[in-house]
Design a protein around this ligand. Structure first.
Ligand code: FAD
Length: 385
């Protein structure tokens, strides 16, 4: 069967569809659940289908920035004190020292990914989203979404099916401006967090980032361009002090691998289909921005569907991606240039307010003018170092 989008679909849609809705969300990760909640908040009928069942676990650094928390609040999602750990800011650490800054206005949190997922699911249920778990979607055509046991007719179809999105392929939205991938491994350790900050350790060929996620638990992710360097033994060996802190600590989960990407798609919507979250492109995991972006995209998409025009979403999506893309580029560049990185961190050690300003811009405070003046001052310090 030839789809209206020119894609050959390898199955036959049933003649009869048995469900009907305004919005069908494919994928019940954080992005899909947020989109479903935001659409319900605007009065749209929503069905969400996911091939797995909650709580869905996915390798993640498990750090929520202050803006991510604000977006969650807007969705009506909050967490108990006992299940989260406050994160006051970020530390950059290298072999010969480091620099730390607080988030400017409020704090972030670290918490288990499964807790985040459970809360989003609970909120979606409260809002009246119809949730279909263990229901993988096999294809889409026009207004129809095909599940194994039925089809759904929907005015809008949202592809929130993650990094390897099939909706992206089915809807002909695969073309990208860039697509660079890195490798990641994630571990949880039973150990009392030693810092109120999320720590990024810059190793020779990898970065380790540590998030406190409970009173007796930390989450650690190792990231590298080469899969052989994305391993704990190699990266930890460069930081004996961190290694000592983890000595004897039991692993609190199975180590898991993942891929993270800097991907920017040429388009994120076509006809009645829109992509969201990792399906719609991505920012390298080291920025800790993936969840914030997904939630803010969900609001923009709900507004566009309410207004009846997905081109609004396309524009909003492009704007939302701009700042984190820049930050992602900067972090990757620092990772690839150890000599310059070392001087940057030294320069910021001498003038910690510059790091504080950079962090403020990372979390959405400060104008482009301030970014320019901070970069100029930092450049001057590096030359002087
Ligand atoms: C190592 C690593 C560390 C990270 N650390 C952070 C961090 O600290 N902070 C932060 O904000 N972000 C972080 N991120 C990014 C963040 O995890 C992602 O941006 C976020 O998970 C995207 O959510 P999503 O819902 O788009 O995708 P996913 O979470 O991948 O969800 C996709 C869902 O779609 C479902 N699905 C797929 N195909 C189908 C189908 N055919 N039919 C039905 N369902 C389907 C899957 O079962 C899944 O539930 C990190 C990412 C990585 C890889």
């Amino acid at each position: 069967m030839e789809s209206p989008l020119g894609e050959r679909i390898s199955f036959e849609f049933r003649n009869k569809f048995n469900l009907e809705t305004d919005v069908c969300v494919i994928g019940g990760g954080p992005a899909g659940l947020a989109a479903a909640i935001a659409a319900r908040q605007r009065g749209l009928q929503v069905i969400l289908a996911d091939g797995s069942a909650p709580p869905i676990e996915k390798p993640c650094g498990e750090g929520l920035m202050p803006e991510t928390l604000s977006a969650l609040q807007k969705l009506g999602v909050e967490f108990d004190r006992a299940e989260r750990q406050t994160v006051r800011g970020i530390s950059f650490l290298q072999k010969n020292g480091g620099v730390t800054a607080d988030f400017p206005q409020s704090t972030g949190v670290g918490l288990r990914r499964t807790v985040l997922h459970e809360r989003l699911v609970r909120r979606a249920e409260e809002c009246g989203v119809r949730l279909l778990w263990k229901c993988p979607v096999a294809g889409i055509e026009g207004k129809l979404v095909q599940l194994s046991h039925c089809a759904i007719r929907s005015k809008w179809i949202i592809g929130a099916d993650g990094h390897g999105s099939r909706v992206r392929r089915w809807s002909g939205l695969e073309k990208s401006w860039r697509n660079e991938q890195r490798h990641a491994r994630r571990r949880h350790y039973h150990v009392e967090p030693w810092s109120k900050y999320a720590e990024i350790y810059w190793a020779s060929h990898a970065q380790l980032y540590v998030t406190p996620i409970g009173c007796n638990e930390v989450c650690i992710v190792v990231l590298s361009e080469e899969s052989e360097h994305a391993n704990f033994a190699g990266a930890l060996a460069e930081f004996p002090e961190l290694q000592r802190k983890l000595e004897g600590a039991e692993l609190a989960s199975r180590e898991r691998g993942a891929v993270t990407a800097m991907r920017s798609l040429r388009r994120v919507q076509r006809n009645n289909v829109a992509l969201l979250g990792d399906a719609s492109g991505g920012i390298d995991a080291i920025t800790g921005e993936g969840l914030r972006l997904a939630f803010q995209q969900a609001f923009a998409l709900a507004d566009a569907m309410t207004a009846g025009d997905l081109r609004w979403y396309e524009q909003a999506h492009r704007k939302l991606m701009r700042r984190p893309m820049l930050m992602g580029e900067l972090m990757l560049w620092l990772g690839r240039n150890p000599g310059i990185r070392s001087r940057v961190i030294r320069a910021m050690q001498n003038r910690p307010e510059l790091f504080a300003r950079m962090l403020a811009m990372h979390v959405g405070e400060g104008s482009p003018g301030e970014l320019l003046s901070t970069s100029a001052r930092l450049g001057w310090r590096i030359l002087a170092a």
